[in-house]
Design a protein around this ligand. Structure first.
Ligand code: ANZ
Ligand code: ZN
Length: 861
């Protein structure tokens, strides 16, 4: 936002600079001492509650600009809603378990707990310097035993309610580190740490039964009116409801007693276009073939090395192995080959599919590679006889061809007809299939919440009795060995069985950290309760009215939280289904990137920009290549440290700039020039406040105009804040500042009203400066943070003048402002007094005058 130069009269007064270094900590202390942001766990009757929450940070060590943007947006909402008379809860905590702490332990020998709590202390201090209206009394970290112990209770409740299962599943196994890897930790088929080829391994793991809620999780997206459409769409795709058919192909010759192969398809209409059948590498048919065919076994082993993630499989080259088996087509009686293929997932559908290369991308690629038939069975309505799918599959709606009894139907009708026939033949049935899988929550790691169960030889799985919770992590752990330190701890896992007393073994898996973040918003309502939540508190405060965070959490975190809320409802902890009534996803903070002569990335701090647009390494002549503007990231070093910005310019400057640059849902570019502009604007507002004095000759008309500008700004800023258009609010405040500066002759009362109102309007955005100005104007007054939002006076909002175009002989010559109730005569007189109009008339008498009210005056000479 460019800054306009300060008006001359401001500079004629003695220099008094706004001292943010003194003001910011002073007001932060004042708010804290007054308890401005504290709210009770149970709001008093009649209170209008409003719960604002930003996604809590991972305590990596330092806050970054993404945090600054996220928490500034939330703080504007919190302060604004408070001023609008809501009882606002605005808490903060730490998503504190996770791998980086363990890595620090392995690399630097620091205990994960110490590393984490040190980082929290650092980041808390940094956040406090931002002047956020947070209620620090509610703070917790998910690694506090008081938190994770309650999480263990919740888990046991879920277990009892049948919402937890233990099942075998395929995992990425790092044979060198002896540990399970998350999909993101498998890089090009190798363990990120060891570099060893990753294997697939079957392990018994804990699962939360999210699939039980799949239909409601999908359906209820329709009730989330204040969520971005994009996020709802991503969730819907992730849940992935598809209608189709499940049916069996008969094997022409059975193998190892297997006579049939069941498939799932969403396109039963394309069955006549079938070219092959494909099974996953883990499918029983594949195993049966491998038992007698070493080449098949070798192929399966290669598939295993590939990693389990869908993304990996999607990108990998399609590969297959022809088993030599054949299946019989249920409609035609013809036979087709059975392949083992690397793109078929064992966990989806039945782990087998029929391939129709004419109408599916993957099948097409596969068929081309292995020379399998490609036959069109759907064609666009308008296509002729020569329509071909040899080069490209056709995946849209059309008319069915080459398909016997389905010919001539459209895709939807053909699906129904094919399913009906399969049901008649007893081969299968129509089904709904879900893409969503149960949520595997077991992690073989130390720095996480222990899963509170005990394995006993005799009793099986025994929950840890609730009175023994929390199951605490042991402090003395050894990170020098690979694998899970909980597993090779000498004593921790050895406990007596709570049921029979025999020696038993603790579960050594800990929870996926997404579990920790799936209910923290509920815990904030009563953070010290001896139960996971207090019913009165969650009933009063939930749902979160406004949740704010990054789009990167559009799927997993938000979906898990929605599931958790339903599971907590099923176990009596809450009464609602949806945790977040409103969701806002902010854009990224970007910055130019810089490279030195040798191609190394440089921090913005190390670069000196020259007026001609070029740049050099500071203090040298080494040229710098200025790269693209992209999301700040450590790897490209295009980051700016918020702490340094606050040191140099103050928190309000950082906040103002972040709000001014772009709509908050869009990416924004951080630039030195932008920050400097925000800082100058603050100086200007300060001087404007100091210049308040009665004019020598007060002018009532100027006063009225200024009052109108003031009240229109109230309306405009209110509307902008309600709609998250914070950059618009900033622009309106700039305009009002200009209007004040341009009205030196307005009477003092009008100028004072304008200044005070403007201060209250920017208070949610620049709270320190607002308090400072407020108290300078009103010595001894109470805190601005406690003041209600200004109200616009409707009488001052109504337009009092109209703008008219003035034409001479049909040509636009001027525009004039006229009072709404002006007569034709008055309007013509004003029009004919315009210098441009006089020139255009060139002394000729006016023959004809036309006035269209509110629009135009036309004069004909
Ligand atoms: C035949 C067919 C013809 C298919 C055609 C598609 C297009 P969604 O929509 O995501 O549910 N499929 C089935 N099981 C699979 C598995 N275990 N691994 C990988 N792919 C599998 O996907 C359903 C489609 O994905 C199914 O419909 C099947 O291919 C494939 F013109 O069957 B289809
Ligand atoms: Zn036992």
């Amino acid at each position: 936002m460019p800054d306009t130069p300060a008006p001359p009269h401001a500079d004629t007064r003695p220099e008094s600079r706004y001292d943010f270094r003194a003001a910011e900590p002073k007001w932060q202390r004042a708010w804290e001492e007054a308890g401005c942001f504290r709210v009770p766990d149970v709001p008093p009757p009649g209170a209008r509650k409003y719960y604002v929450l930003e996604m809590f940070p991972y305590p990596s060590g330092k806050i970054h600009m993404g945090h600054v943007r996220n928490y500034t947006l939330g703080d504007v909402v919190a302060r604004y809603k408070r001023a609008r008379g809501h009882l606002v809860m605005h808490p903060m905590g730490w998503d504190a378990f996770g791998l980086p702490a363990e890595n620090a332990a392995r690399e630097r020998g620091i205990h994960p707990g110490k590393w984490t709590y040190d980082n929290i202390a650092n980041m808390r201090a940094e956040l406090k310097r931002m002047g956020l209206s947070l209620e620090w009394e509610r703070e917790f970290a998910t690694c506090d035993p008081e938190y994770y112990g309650q999480q263990q209770k919740l888990f046991l409740d879920f277990l009892e309610a049948g919402l937890v299962e233990r099942k075998e599943s395929w995992v990425n196994w790092d044979p060198v580190d002896g540990t399970v890897l998350a999909n993101e930790q498998v890089i090009d088929g190798r363990g990120w740490r060891s570099g060893a080829p990753v294997e697939k391994k079957k392990l018994s793991q804990w699962f939360l039964s999210i699939t039980k809620f799949a239909p409601e999780l999908l359906e209820a997206l329709g009730t989330l009116a204040r969520w971005p459409e994009r996020v709802k769409l991503m969730q819907a795709n992730w849940i992935g409801r598809s209608e189709g058919a499940r049916f069996a192909f008969r094997l022409a010759t059975p193998v190892a007693g297997i006579a049939e192969c069941e498939v799932f398809t969403t396109r039963p209409d394309t069955l006549f276009g079938m070219s092959f059948l494909a099974v996953a590498a883990e499918h029983p048919i594949a195993a049966a073939v491998a038992a007698r065919d070493p080449a098949a076994a070798a192929f399966i082993a290669e598939c295993r090395a590939m990693g389990t993630s869908e993304a990996v499989i999607e990108q990998a080259e399609k590969r297959g192995y022809d088993t030599g088996l054949r299946v019989v087509h249920p409609f035609t009686g013809e036979t087709h080959p059975v392949w083992i293929a690397n793109f078929v997932l064992m966990e989806y559908g039945t782990g087998a599919l029929f391939g129709c290369p004419g109408h599916d991308e993957r099948d097409h690629e596969f068929a081309r590679k292995y020379g399998l038939p490609i036959k069109p069975v759907v064609k666009p309505r308008e296509a002729g006889e020569d329509f071909s799918v040899a080069e490209k599959p056709f995946t849209e709606d059309g008319v069915i061809v080459n398909s016997g009894f389905l010919d001539g139907l459209d895709v939807a009708a053909a699906k129904r007809a094919a399913i009906a026939r399969l049901e008649e033949l007893g081969a299968g049935r129509g089904v709904v299939n879900w893409r969503l899988r149960d949520w595997g929550v077991s992690r073989q790691r130390y720095w996480g919440c222990p899963i509170p169960v005990i394995h006993c030889e005799a009793c099986g799985i025994v929950p840890v009795p609730k009175e023994q919770l929390p199951v605490r992590l042991p402090e003395d752990v050894d990170f020098s060995k690979p694998g899970n330190p909980l597993d090779h701890h000498p004593s921790w896992k050895h406990v007596p069985c709570p049921r029979c007393g025999a020696p038993a073994r603790r579960e050594t898996d800990t929870f996926d950290t997404f579990v920790d973040s799936s209910w923290y918003f509920a815990r904030f309502c009563s953070p010290r309760a001896a139960e996971p939540v207090t019913r009165e508190a969650v009933d009063a405060w939930l749902p979160v009215d406004q949740y704010i965070g990054g789009i990167e959490h559009a799927i997993l975190h938000l979906l898990y939280s929605r599931f958790f809320t339903r599971a907590m409802k099923a176990t009596g902890h809450v009464a609602l289904d949806e945790p977040f009534a409103g969701l806002f996803t902010q854009g990224m903070v970007q910055h130019e990137s810089y490279k030195g002569a040798d191609g190394r990335w440089l921090y913005p701090d190390e670069v000196e920009k020259r007026p001609d647009g070029t740049a050099v390494v500071k203090g040298t002549e080494e040229p710098v290549t200025i790269g693209r503007v992209e999301a700040m990231s450590k790897s490209k070093r295009n980051t700016v440290d918020p702490g340094a910005i606050i040191d140099r310019y103050g928190a309000d400057t950082a906040r103002w700039f972040i709000l001014s640059d772009n709509p908050p849902e869009r990416d924004m570019e951080w630039s030195e020039a932008g920050v400097a502009g925000a800082s100058r604007f603050i100086g200007r507002l300060w001087r404007l406040a100091q210049s308040l004095q009665e004019a020598d000759a007060p002018d009532e008309a100027a006063g009225r105009k200024l009052r109108q500008a003031t009240h229109r700004t109230i309306a405009a800023v209110t509307e902008a804040l309600e709609g998250f258009a914070f950059n618009v609010a900033v622009a309106r405040i700039h305009e009002l500042a200009n209007a004040i500066a341009d009205s030196p002759s307005a009477p003092l009362a009008a100028r004072r009203e304008a200044l005070e109102t403007m201060t209250r309007l920017f208070a949610p955005m620049m709270p320190h400066l607002a308090e400072e100005i407020w108290h300078a104007l009103n010595p001894g007054a109470g805190l601005l943070a406690r003041l209600p939002w200004p109200e616009a006076d409707p009488a001052l909002l109504a337009a009092e003048t109209l703008t008219l175009a003035v034409q001479v002989g049909g040509k636009l010559r001027a525009t004039i402002e006229v009072p709404v109730d002006a007569t034709d005569e008055q309007v013509f007189a004003l029009a004919e007094a315009e210098p441009n109009v006089i020139r255009a008339l060139d002394g000729k008498p006016v023959r004809k005058r036309i006035h269209v009210k509110g629009r135009v005056v036309n004069l004909v000479a």
